[in-house]
Design a binder for this molecule. Structure first.
Ligand code: HEM
Ligand code: SF4
Ligand code: SF4
Length: 650
């Protein structure tokens, strides 16, 4: 019977994993805990974030100074750096975890909920990280804010309004935005608990935390990089000028360099296309699925063991009378691993990929020396004289109870599983070892010669010939066999190499978060027009004829305002002639303008003219001559009663 087996990319992952197990042991191999490491870093992130929250000033006027004040003490700087580096780490490990799921073919069919919620969680992580960077209110925050606002400006409810918040005079606008950002930063972090719950809801006993040895190492590393490379801010933001460059955090702002290369529309296509395709992966890349298990109701004694063992919560106990319940498989959730077949003492669970009766007959007729039961993802074992090989979907499908009958026909039994906890079906290897050591039901009978059984952890990339040869030799002299089952696994740790290797990703955090990048050409100057304008009404609401004093104002409410025509000239050459409509469904709200122009450095005459198209006698003009240096900006704004003026005190 054909079943899901190891793909070429899975083989590569197994090779890397198996090599790492030689350093970390399979139990402590960080590659097998990428999701759990992400959760652990998230917890460090939240704890350090709570500390920062108490000292942070949400008012943009004081935000940067408050962050600098936090950084000025050892503890504050440490907590800030831990917050930054644990955030970077969790993105890195989440992405590695996602790639691992892709390469090991663990993203479709019964895993689709984990996949889709994983993509959602990743997006939430990015949103939290970007909002966190804005809260620092340094040049990186301002430029990130401007670029993000530009990205969202294609959505009509935002338009140019968000951009004006990051470059303009109205710090009040920004103050409101900051409160929303801080609230969002915290609220979305809380939302993560929910998305992570959805992420693992179809998984029994998800491994949410790495082993404690790894947790200790990870904590030491985050603290070490925080002390070695304290997180720093860029210079404070200035609402009067555009920063041309910033230090880029490659973990959170990865997509931002694309703003330099492509227009907004292409960036949206790339963003929606990338995350859309990623979300749809489970349906775009079809795969095979093992046939599901089923329960023979009349044999089931209702012991619940299969219900407890299933790694995908695919079995439920159906109540059939007041005292009796029977197991039933939910086919849509069933991964076809066969683990439940090995849970049952009564032979009530069956799966077509584990034809135990045929196998027993085969063994009775062939009488080999060795019966090998291998997982379909584990090492290939060659059939040869005296060796019969049976492939199961998972090593966890080998029932310890069968050994009584099997050992009557053969000299020895070898179970070949994947490497440690890197089981495609999550818990197959763990349950096998627990059952064969008598720690979990159904247990291996104590009266059996348990030394005739070997369980070998060897993924498909391992060469198992020598193991088979050794065991065959050992079986020739039963008196020298051990008393108990032998487990062969990579369980040696090389502490120095193991510690050094895991530190490497942490050493990337500082260079990858401080890499300076220009977002505007530094050999050019930038002219920016940024303002909010409330044009004169063209229509007023009908009078309400109210006699009440406080209702009289209603009579003058504008229900439509005039569009404006803006003309921008540099050295007599028209660079912009554009009409802007008031916002709002009734076209009665303010107009927001944000336009950028790259200019050659040097002396320029800059002219701006605003005309209300429906009230042509309302005209505002502005003319200024300025020497512009490379990599500087000239920002023109507008205020009621003041007219056009230059931002930044020029
Ligand atoms: C963003 C933060 C993420 C965290 C904290 C996280 C955490 C976890 C954890 C703890 C598990 C359970 C592992 C186990 O017990 O076997 C898991 C499973 C899984 N994750 Fe994630 N994950 C994240 C992101 C992602 C992403 C981005 C994807 C893919 C888009 C993804 C796909 C999966 C899948 C498919 C499983 C199920 C594995 C299985 O059934 O064997 N996760 N994740
Ligand atoms: S392990 Fe067997 S007897 Fe026990 S509940 Fe499952 S099917 Fe029934
Ligand atoms: S075959 Fe695996 S996934 Fe399906 S019910 Fe049995 S234990 Fe659960």
């Amino acid at each position: 019977m054909e079943m899901v087996t190891v793909s070429p990319t899975y083989r590569v992952m197994q090779r890397i994993g198996y090599a790492l197990s030689g350093i970390y042991s399979s139990r402590l191999n960080p590659l097998y805990y990428l999701g759990a490491i992400t959760v652990f870093l998230l917890i460090i992130d939240v704890i350090s974030g709570i500390y920062l929250f108490f000292f942070y000033d949400v008012d943009p006027k004081g935000a940067h100074a408050s962050v600098e004040a936090i950084s000025s003490s050892f503890l504050g700087s440490l907590m800030r750096s831990i917050h930054r580096y644990s955030s970077d780490g969790l993105i890195l490990f989440a992405v590695l975890h996602m790639l691992q799921m892709i390469f090991t073919d663990r993203f479709r069919m019964f895993r689709w909920i984990a996949w889709v919620s994983g993509v959602g969680t990743l997006l939430l992580f990015l949103a939290i990280g970007i909002s966190g960077y804005l809260l620092v209110w340094d040049e990186r925050a301002q430029l990130t804010g401007l670029l993000t606002a530009k990205f969202f400006s294609v959505i009509p409810i935002f338009g140019h309004a968000l951009m004006s918040a990051f470059l303009g005079t109205d710090i009040k606008n920004l103050g409101g935005l900051f409160r929303i950002l801080l609230f969002g930063h915290i609220a979305v972090t809380i939302l993560l608990v929910f998305t992570l719950w959805v992420h693992v809801m179809r998984i029994s006993r998800p491994r949410l935390f790495p082993p404690k040895e790894l947790m200790i190492l990870l904590t030491v590393y985050v603290v070490a990089v925080s002390i070695l490379f304290p997180a720093k801010s860029d210079p404070p933001a200035d609402l009067g000028k555009v920063p041309f460059s910033m230090s880029l955090d490659w973990f959170y702002l990865t997509g931002y360099p694309l703003f330099k290369v492509f227009p907004l529309s292409v960036n949206w296509i790339l963003f929606l296309g990338f995350f859309g395709i990623l979300t749809a992966f489970p349906w775009l890349i079809k795969g095979r699925r093992n046939p599901p298990a089923h329960v023979l109701e009349d044999k089931c004694e209702g012991c619940r063991q299969c219900f407890l063992d299933c790694p995908y919560e695919a079995i439920y106990m159906k109540r059939i009378s007041e005292k009796e319940e029977k197991a039933e498989v939910i086919e849509s959730k069933c991964a076809g691993c066969g683990i439940c077949v090995a849970s049952c003492n009564y032979g009530a669970n069956e799966i077509p990929t584990v034809p135990i009766q045929n196998i027993l007959e085969d063994l009775r007729s062939k009488k080999p020396d060795l019966a090998v039961f291998r997982c379909s993802f584990a090492a290939q074992v060659e059939e040869r004289n005296g060796v019969r090989v049976y492939t199961f979907p998972c090593a966890g499908a080998v029932n310890a109870v069968w050994m009584r009958d099997i050992l009557k026909e053969v000299k020895g039994v070898m179970v070949v599983s994947c490497d440690g906890i890197d089981c495609y079906f999550r818990e197959g290897v763990e349950w096998t070892e627990a059952r064969f050591t008598g720690k979990r039901r159904p247990r291996l009978l104590k009266t059996l010669e348990r030394g005739r059984i070997r369980v070998v952890e060897a993924p498909s990339v391992a060469n198992i010939d020598k193991e088979v040869e050794d065991f065959l030799n050992a079986l020739k002299d039963p008196s020298r066999l051990p008393e108990d089952v032998t487990f062969v696994a990579r369980n040696k740790v090389n502490p120095i190499l193991a510690s050094v290797l895991l530190f490497i990703p942490f050493l990337t955090f500082y260079p990858l978060t401080t890499d300076r990048m220009d977002f505007y050409p530094t050999d050019k100057a930038l002219a920016v027009i940024t303002f909010k304008y409330r044009s004169s009404p063209v229509k007023k609401a009908e009078g309400t004829h109210s006699k009440l004093e406080h209702m009289k104002a209603m009579q003058n409410i504008a229900i439509e305002r005039s569009p404006i025509l803006l003309t921008f000239k540099v050295d007599g050459k028209t660079l912009l002639e554009k009409r802007y409509d008031p916002r709002g469904l009734r076209k009665d709200a303010s107009i927001y303008v944000y336009e950028e122009f790259l200019l050659k450095p040097g002396k320029h005459t800059v002219e701006l003219k605003l005309v209300e198209t429906k009230n042509p006698d309302v005209v505002k003009t502005f003319k200024v001559v300025r020497e512009l240096k490379p990599a500087t900006s000239l920002a023109i704004s507008f205020a009621e009663g003041k007219g056009f003026f230059l931002l930044g005190g020029k």
